[in-house]
Design a protein around this ligand. Structure first.
Ligand SMILES: Nc1ncnc2c1ncn2[C@@H]1O[C@H](COP(=O)(O)OP(=O)(O)O)[C@@H](O)[C@H]1O
Ligand SMILES: [Mg+2]
Length: 291
């Protein structure tokens, strides 16, 4: 499976190692994302996908290895510089991460107000625009607690795109959404890519969504990128671990202990993998959002 993305490299991860105590989560991750590219990261629950994303924005520091964004090694930035640097990112984390004390309007306006680049009517217009993009027009005055989980997530998404960032990071943006809303979010991602040439990294368990939005996919397993391919390449991958994941099968090599994994070059340490219920599936969707 050969992948030949073009364009300059926007994000480069080299030999990233990260452990929490005894737990070795990332064990030598190498990954590059090109400018304007939409990269999807696949992998079972607890394999370190969110941890990986946090390294890209400098929320976590690797034990070793380098993260480079636009040619800048994040390790070279001090606290103030990294705070500034994060403004080029839009992030939508699992769960939405809204400010509960603010209504929807102020949640989305927050990043716009912080830059001091916009007047009130510009902010109002942009908030409306973002709400329309996620199909939640008219919810400005609602409190996050009045919204369903899926709606909160879409508000988080609207906030992430408010500043039209160069780089968008989405951590499971569609989990818990019904298929229609999933398609809406996918379309927003594709739209941003087309109109802003945003570079995006999306973590998702939803294979329909993954294949819809990805220029390239990378699969994380036992702390390393074990497969990297175009959607076509991924669909035709002979690797049984990739096959199990994209076909959403409960049993297969992904459930094996690393020591038994013939494909693993990191035997021994590490817990057993996901339980079958946690595995991704193209057939069973998570509970749907209630209106
Ligand atoms: N801040 C942290 N401190 C300790 N352990 C963590 C921390 N963040 C993540 N982990 C652990 O790292 C592993 C990978 O987590 P995560 O990246 O969230 O997985 P996922 O692939 O599901 O997103 C998990 O076992 C998790 O418990
Ligand atoms: Mg996660």
């Amino acid at each position: 499976m050969s992948v030949e993305p073009t364009g300059p490299i926007k994000i480069r991860l080299e030999q990233i190692f990260k452990a929490f105590g005894e737990k070795k989560v990332l064990r030598g991750v190498d990954l590059q994302v090109h400018e304007g590219e939409s990269l999807v990261i696949l992998g079972g629950s607890g394999t370190g996908k969110s941890v990986l994303l946090k390294h890209v924005i400098g929320l976590l520091k690797p034990d070793s290895g380098t993260v480079t964004v636009d040619g800048t090694d994040l390790a070279s930035l001090d606290y103030r510089e990294i705070t500034h640097f994060r403004r080029r990112f839009g992030m939508a984390f699992q769960g939405g991460a809204l400010f509960d004390s603010m209504d929807v309007f102020h949640n989305i306006a927050f990043p716009l107000e912080r830059t001091r680049r916009f007047n009130r009517s510009q902010i109002r217009a942009r908030v409306e625009e973002c709400l329309a993009l996620v199909r939640l027009e008219g919810t400005e005055k609602k409190a996050p607690s009045e919204l369903s989980g899926g709606m909160r997530r879409r508000i988080g998404f609207a906030r992430a795109i408010a500043l039209e960032p160069q780089i968008l990071l989405f951590d499971e943006p569609t989990s818990g959404l019904d298929p229609v809303m999933t398609a809406v979010i996918d379309d927003v991602i594709l739209d941003l890519k087309r109109t802003l040439q945003s570079t995006t990294i999306t973590i998702t368990h939803d294979m329909t969504s993954a294949f819809r939005i990805a220029d390239r996919l990378a699969m994380l397993h036992h702390g390393k990128v074990i497969a990297e391919a175009s959607p076509e390449g991924m669909k035709n991958s002979p690797d049984p671990r990739v096959r199990q994941f994209i076909e959403g099968r409960a049993n297969g090599p992904l459930n094996d202990h690393p020591a038994d994994d013939p494909f693993s070059d990191h035997p021994a340490d590490g817990p057993l993998n996901d339980t079958p219920e946690e595995g991704p599936s193209t057939k069973t969707r998570p509970p749907q959002e209630s209106p």
